[in-house]
Design a protein around this ligand. Structure first.
Ligand code: ADP
Length: 201
């Protein structure tokens, strides 16, 4: 079965994804794939042509904070970056989904931030919404150095929370402790494994 994860930024999608992994699920994380892609020489060279060497850190890797500063203050630059990265990220995800299916995988979790507005959703048997209050999300992303305004700016580029909720058929409440969340993840994992998705439609 393939489970897609939706939720606001800082809601706990990565945390929940890791908990599924602890239980034995395979996971696919679009951010990690995008980060790998950004360091590929061809991508890096395109980014340098666009924005100059100032987007590089001292060790020669791409400084993602600089990239974020550019694209989140200029919608056109964001579109340009997305056009460069998204097709490749998507191709990579599709490839990994195929591998999972070929190997008769049991449980795959897709942590793809833009899943709500992507046809990758069609690959999912179930969509989970990770729910946390806005106040908690603001506190939790502070460790990334993001202010509430930065959070809002980034969220403006994603589907609104309510749209994500509507798309989901399960919800995990992550406004409590990690233990409480883990319990919900375990329950959901068991109940989803018991469903024969080939028969559901
Ligand atoms: P997302 O992937 O949705 O952006 P994360 O899973 O990265 O969110 O969570 C954001 C931050 O909040 C992380 O630092 C994470 O460790 C922390 N966090 C997530 N869930 C909880 C929780 N239930 N209690 C305390 N901290 C949490």
């Amino acid at each position: 079965m393939i489970l897609g994860i939706l939720g606001g930024i800082g809601s706990g999608k990565s945390t929940v994804t890791r908990m599924f992994a602890d239980l034995g699920a395979k996971t696919l994380d679009a951010d990690t794939i995008a980060h790998e892609l950004i360091e590929r020489e061809d991508t890096k060279s395109t980014l340098r042509q666009w924005w100059g060497d100032e987007i590089l850190s001292e060790d020669g890797t791409v400084d993602r904070t600089k990239i974020a500063e550019r694209v989140f203050s200029d919608a056109e630059e964001l579109v340009r970056l997305e056009k460069l990265l998204h097709p490749e990220v998507r191709a990579r995800i599709e490839e990994k989904i195929s591998e999972f299916k070929d190997n008769n995988g049991k449980f795959l979790v897709l942590d793809v931030p833009l899943l709500a507005s992507s046809t990758l959703r069609d690959f999912c048997d179930e969509i989970l919404f990770v729910n946390s209050t806005e106040a908690l999300r603001e506190t939790r992303v502070k460790v990334r150095g993001w202010s509430p305004d930065e959070l809002k700016r980034r969220e403006a580029n994603q589907a609104p929370e309510d749209n994500k909720k509507i798309l989901a058929n399960s919800v995990i409440n992550n406004s409590g402790s990690l233990d409480e969340t883990r319990q919900q993840v375990e329950d959901l994992y068991e109940s989803l494994l018991a469903i024969d998705f080939t028969e559901r439609e």
